[in-house]
Design a binder for this molecule. Sequence first.
Ligand code: DGJ
Length: 731
Amino acid sequence: MSIRYVESKKLFQIETAHSMYQMKINEIGILLHTYYGEKLGNMDMSYQIPSVERGFSGNPYEISTHHEVSLDLLPQEYTSSGVGDHRISSIDAISNNGSRSIDFRYKCHKLLSSKYSIEGLPYVRAHKDDVCTLEIILIDEIIGLEIKLLYGVFESKDIITRTVELTNIGKTTIILEKVDSICIDFLNTNYDLIHFQGRHCMERQFEQNTLNHDIQTISSKRGMSSHQNNPYVILTELATTEDIGNCYGFMLMYSGNHKTEIEVDQTNNTRLVMGINDDYFRWELEPNSVFHAPETILTFSNLGLNKLSQNFHNIIRENICPIQFQNIQRPILINNWEATYFDFDYTKIIKLAKQALEVGVNMFVLDDGWFGNRNNDNAGLGDWIANESKLPGGLTKLSKDLKAIGMNFGLWFEPEMINENSELYKSHPEWVLQDPSRKPVISRNQMVLDLSNIDVQNYIFKSIDKILEGSEIAYIKWDFNRSLSNVYSNALPNSKQGEVSHKFICGTYSLLERLNSKYPNTLIEGCAGGGGRFDAGMLYYCPQIWCSDNTDPIARLKIQKGTSYGYPVSTMGSHVSAAPNHQTGRDVSLKTRGIVAMSGTFGYELDFDKLTDIDKSEITKQIENFKKYYWIIQKGTYFRLTNNKENSFYEAWEFVSKDKTKILLNMVVTNIKANSEIPRIKLKGLEKHLIYHIEGTKEKFTGAALMYAGYVFSLNIEDYQSFQILLVLEK
Ligand code: DGJ
């Protein structure tokens, strides 16, 4: 087992293939965090903790003559609160007498040979992996609160998962105002923080800052993980690059309000806490009840950021996404959104489907506008009944007719939303999240349904279920097009309104779970105005998520690259759309659009009437190539090959097949220069003494030449030109 407890030293040691994590119970029962990083053998790392007295750092009563023992100075595994640690706390709770003091001490622990699960929330699944669990219980007997710290260890994948469970073992209600899923302390190290910020149409932009003293926060309080700040951060040592150096990744498996706080303290120690955002959060923990926090996923890499990303890619592909989609080729889509927007009828749809079928597409996705009175974005959300004036015979006929021509059928929903102008709103205005004393905030003309209410969940489930039972639907696009405001449930008493944001997202998870269990082979693609809910929580139910509403390939390079730091390309919904692009007006060749979209789940989203025959044969070839490279792209090892600090005019990336015999190298010029320097791209992950040839040519190279000197591209005088070559290992 990869977890050990050394009783004589009161030491817990977790080991993965390339990392070590250590904790120790101190003399007064405080659970210290003593180490996370490179493997160091059997060493009690508590010698690193200084025994130094510092002014204004109080001491626990039972040891108050030892001025050097202070919660303010000790690295801890999960903090107490209000009892002398003046840094960020992992918890904030109020007991019956109004006190906010919580003082956790070690109670007991257990080692289990399987992975824990989390009630009502997504979690990293254990399949056949060598996974085990460590449970440590801390207790505050005065307030009557027990906290179970849970660690799942995926040894061969270099992943540790963490979560906490709080149980009220007292006789009175405890109000939880903050519950982090993880706290981790690093001693005296200078780190950079990498995080992924953005906005609608420009998600997950890489940003790196050096941490200064005090607290930096990465968060969302939009009711969704958000376009603005992804619940994923990296701490890196300052010299770390894509391929060298130490770095740590922390990913929250949660799709609602989240917050990560990183504090550099008075003596340069770094603390990170991550969990549900405490803004808008207040939970009444009644006696004998349990609160489950979302899971966090941790990994350490001593080989830079590419390796760190690959660790996340493996665990997400193999242990988070629904397993049934792991070893099958996902559909190549034609989505009618950018082809027709709301302006379609049966004839247009069938025509587009036939055109797409001819070039090799195998799934037609009918996007927004097929239901209720929805001819624009003013009306209809909530009324999940096909609009027969557009689609005579409804979805049953459409899906049959598509099947008859050999096309699979997929359908768009926005289940959590409602328009004021809808039948649903007329019959159930109380189902909207809305403060009854004021007018709601409207966004994209819509409001949000109260998913914390089981009746609402049942209504949505029944509506979708009825459609899935009546037609053959192999794919659902699950959209979500606004942030939450007026978060107030008419089904809950005033004192429980602080629970609504979390209960909302649990309601969404529960719905997705019901659909996944009844229709395990229906692929659900997540979406939230593009990638506004691109997180590990959604990926538990949806193996792919529409990466962005921005389909411009040049903008997509940055979005997909940013996304790749945490998430594999097999999760990134990516389509070839029209040129000039509808979001940016940029005119980019079909070839480049294809190469960028292929580093994702792939599909098309354009009006085939506007394509020439030459375009259509190019698309046919693109689809053949995508199918040929499918497993290299979807399951191969992904490497970022360009560093924004070194060049600003091209992007390159590579996939190495699992058996290392094939390498797909991609390159796009993003900003051509006159009289340009020559891009020499250094490949990664090759065997240096072996020979590789470029498919379809006589060119041959040693792995060493390609890795250490680079592959040379000859550029044309053309912006946004691109290259895709396959290198094959010589037998
Ligand atoms: C936002 C999505 O991201 C788009 O792809 C499209 O489905 C629209 N919503 C439809 O309203």
